[in-house]
Design a protein around this ligand. Structure first.
Ligand SMILES: [Zn+2]
Length: 276
């Protein structure tokens, strides 16, 4: 028979056990994933609400030459999860740099997953991708035992599922301005095929174009994300709003990073995860 006195240690042991389960449950992509993780915590920056934010670093395809990191910022205040991906193509540095700027932004609620250098090795080589890796933006949903591109996208997909993303952004660059060369997707947003994605993309274009005076540099919305891409997978399989943001590399890097970041910030803040 258990007396009230005896129940207290049992209660504390069960609380402790629950905490251990909670923390060991975070930061791994899933049972079938090869990724690994580490954690620490931080508080929001000065001037923002001081809500605690837990940071978890997850290695995608660890122990390989093409490993890459995902950074997960989790507010104590509940809310949706938004994923921002950059560096899918290694010769599009603005998308990678714009994504990395989200690592400095306080998360107000929910979770922000940042993958700033998805194709890490290709970024170092300033190549779209390497032959042995293949194109990440044609490799979704990926495979746990596939090509490097398939293994990377597989681990990204596991993160999308584990954290039940509510929105996905993928930041890229085109070679020209779409307004003067319709063959290039530079200075466009390619939303998913749902109404929410389309409407938010139009709002984001209106927002960014207020900051752009030169007509050829103004953004527009294009349709139909590419099969096998980050956005196509998130939008058609997971059924969440998703956007490919494309700046034009025919302008200074600083402008491309700023345009990409401003558009992405507008979209992420629409979910209340960060401030406007
Ligand atoms: Zn690209």
């Amino acid at each position: 028979m258990i007396t009230n006195f005896d129940k207290k240690p049992i209660l504390w042991i069960s609380v402790l056990f629950s905490i251990i389960i909670f923390f060991t449950g975070c930061g791994t992509v899933g049972n079938q994933s090869s990724s690994s993780s580490s954690q620490d915590s931080q508080t929001a920056q000065v001037g923002q609400p001081r809500a605690e934010v837990k940071k978890t670093v997850v290695e995608l395809v660890p122990g390989t030459p093409y490993t890459s990191k995902a950074y997960i910022y989790e507010s104590v205040i509940e809310g949706p999860t938004v994923m921002v991906v950059g560096g899918i193509h290694g010769n599009e540095p603005a998308g990678s740099l714009a994504a990395s700027k989200f690592m400095e932004i306080p998360v107000l609620r929910g979770k922000l997953i940042v993958i700033p250098r998805a194709n890490n090795v290709a970024l170092d080589a300033n190549e779209r991708t390497l032959p042995e890796i293949e194109d990440l933006n044609r490799a979704y949903p990926g495979k746990s035992d596939g090509t490097p591109a398939e293994r990377l996208t597989y681990d990204i997909v596991q993160l999308m599922k584990k954290y039940q993303v509510a929105m996905v952004l993928d930041l890229h660059e085109g070679y020209a301005f779409n307004a003067v060369d319709s063959k290039s997707v530079g200075e466009t947003i390619l939303p998913g095929t749902d109404d929410t994605s389309a409407l938010l993309a139009m709002d984001a274009v209106e927002h960014i174009n207020k900051q752009i005076t030169e007509a050829k540099k103004k953004f527009s919305v294009l349709a139909n994300p590419i099969v096998g891409s980050t956005v196509h997978y998130a939008n058609t399989v997971l059924k969440v709003p998703a956007f490919t943001v494309e700046t034009s590399s025919d302008q200074p890097l600083e402008d491309r990073v700023n345009f990409s970041f401003e558009i992405a910030k507008f979209l992420v803040s629409s979910q209340g995860v960060i401030d406007k």
